[in-house]
Design a protein around this ligand. Structure first.
Ligand code: BG6
Length: 482
């Protein structure tokens, strides 16, 4: 066992202003993440948190709303009532109407009490993107769009390239790109970051990481949940916009990117951008869409929105020419598991065949990177079966489970990302040109599928896209059992 609990880096204290502080995102993700950072001592009593909301809510009522979302810190993290009281003392409630402007003075007074050019103020817009323009203009009009201000936004940043460009242009009117932190929470996941460590802190994989050695790549992000209470949002977006445009494209980038010279924000993002720009425009046959059988009934009307999608991507560059990337994601699938599977090429020649013990059809080497749950790595190899009786081969595995290896809890993606905003590190945030490049792939793909009815699939299966791979003589590799 390795104790992965490294001392948290102390940062200069910051002010977090959560606009939309009583909304789902704030209660479910942002505040619990800040609480964990407080418990780990990274957020100290010098930090301040403002929960800004149109609703006039007392601190006591807010504490009551928030508590259920922080329960696992009490059960799993050993948080005490004193910790909770200490954390609540950092939170101020601010009634703010970003459209009418009421409450702006109060917010400005709060920030200016501790204004200091070395003290970052982080404005997290946990509100609908249609309100981003109002919110940023309000910040400017209240004198809060200062050089130490940072703006955090999250998808959906538009539903196509044009609307995304419009939203981003509104942000850019008031904030510089260096102040804008676009969250893709997949980039905050420990194992997603570990992908970069795996590739660029080791030499053994990098020499194999190309079309000389890799046959194809599969990326699966499978969920068991349905659309639940998000049906209205989801039906307007679907799996391609909700998951592929952002999370899956980012995973493709991390697998496919060239090594940057340095692990810094612009170099990493430059390399990801090159991957996106090298992805060949999709044709209709590269896309397979599905919808779980109960979806229309849950929605209350028929719909052509996909709850599942699989795509075959080609990356037109020297490293990846001829190596398909098959990606798939869906709701109500057989299990919740996200995996990247790198399948290496078959042995060029089988020396064992002639001894009568081998089998040229034995599976190729595979590297399986499990992103969630039960994060880990598996390297599938071929070994000799122990014992006399000739050279019998069997598939075996090197298995690294991060859960078993590291004692520490793996932090939630938002914890890492929120602290990066305080640190001023944009490496794990999407730059504007990356977002646009991803839309440049998705927009034409959406045109290709427009008006086509997705195939129905039964809940609890792995979706309807077997043909996509069968056409290439391959099949999906389903996530392994935990
Ligand atoms: C969100 C999508 O971005 O990611 C959801 O909007 C999806 O539809 C979620 O369920 C999946 O995130 P995670 O971290 O549970 O894999």
């Amino acid at each position: 066992m390795t104790d992965a609990k490294t001392p948290s880096v102390n940062l200069s204290p910051s002010d977090y202003v959560i606009i939309g502080g009583t909304g789902d995102l704030a209660l479910r993700k942002i505040l619990p993440a800040l609480f964990w950072r407080y418990l780990d001592g990274q957020i100290t009593s010098d930090y301040r948190i403002a929960a800004a909301s149109r609703r006039d809510i007392s601190p006591e009522d807010y504490a009551g709303m928030l508590r259920p979302f922080c329960e696992d810190a009490f059960s799993g993290g050993g948080a005490s009532e004193d910790d909770w009281t200490g954390f609540l003392a950092l939170i101020s409630m601010i009634t703010l109407d970003v459209q009418g402007g009421a409450g702006g003075d109060h917010l400005a007074g709060f920030i200016n009490e501790r204004a200091d050019s070395a003290r970052p103020t982080i404005f997290y817009l946990a509100i609908a993107p249609s309100l981003f323009g109002d919110a940023t203009r309000l910040l400017r009009d209240c004198g809060l769009a200062t050089p130490q201000a940072r703006l955090v936004v999250e998808k959906p940043l538009g539903h196509d390239g044009a609307s995304s460009r419009a939203i981003n242009a509104e942000l850019a009117e008031i904030f510089d790109e260096s102040q804008i932190y676009r969250i893709d929470h997949y980039l905050g996941k420990e194992t997603v970051q570990n992908l970069m460590a795996l590739r660029f802190a080791n030499v053994i994989f990098e020499t194999q990481w190309n079309n000389n050695h890799i046959d194809h790549v599969q990326i699966t992000v499978a969920e068991t949940v349905g659309v639940d209470n998000r049906a209205a949002y989801y039906d307007a977006y679907g799996a391609i916009r909700d998951m592929v445009q952002n999370h899956l494209m980012q995973l493709v980038c991390l697998v496919a990117m060239e090594p940057p010279s340095h692990f810094n924000a612009d170099q990493v993002r430059d390399e990801k951008l090159r991957v996106l720009r090298a992805i060949r425009p999709l044709s209709a046959g590269d896309i397979s869409r599905g919808q779980y059988q109960e979806y229309a009934q849950e929605l209350g009307s028929p719909s052509d929105t996909e709850t599942y999608v699989a795509m075959k991507l080609a990356i037109d560059n020297w490293r990846w020419a001829g190596v398909p990337f098959y990606i798939r994601t869906g709701k109500k699938l057989a299990r919740r598991a996200s995996e990247i599977v790198i399948t290496f090429k078959q042995r060029p020649h089988d020396i064992f065949q002639r001894n009568g013990g081998g089998d040229i059809d034995s599976p190729p080497n595979r590297l399986i990177i499990r992103l969630q749950p039960s994060e880990g790595l598996r390297l599938q190899l071929i070994s000799k079966e122990p014992g006399p009786g000739g050279m019998r081969l069997f598939p075996s595995e090197l298995n690294l489970s991060f859960g078993d290896t590291f004692e520490a809890r793996l932090p939630d993606a938002y914890e890492r990302l929120l602290m990066d905003t305080a640190r001023g590190n944009q490496t794990l945030f999407m730059r504007r040109d990356e977002v646009f490049a991803a839309w440049d792939i998705i927009d034409p793909a959406m045109k290709l599928v427009a008006g086509r009815t997705p195939a129905l699939y039964r809940s609890g299966t792995m979706g309807p896209a077997d043909d996509l791979l069968a056409a290439d003589g391959r099949s999906w590799i389903d996530p392994y059992d935990d």
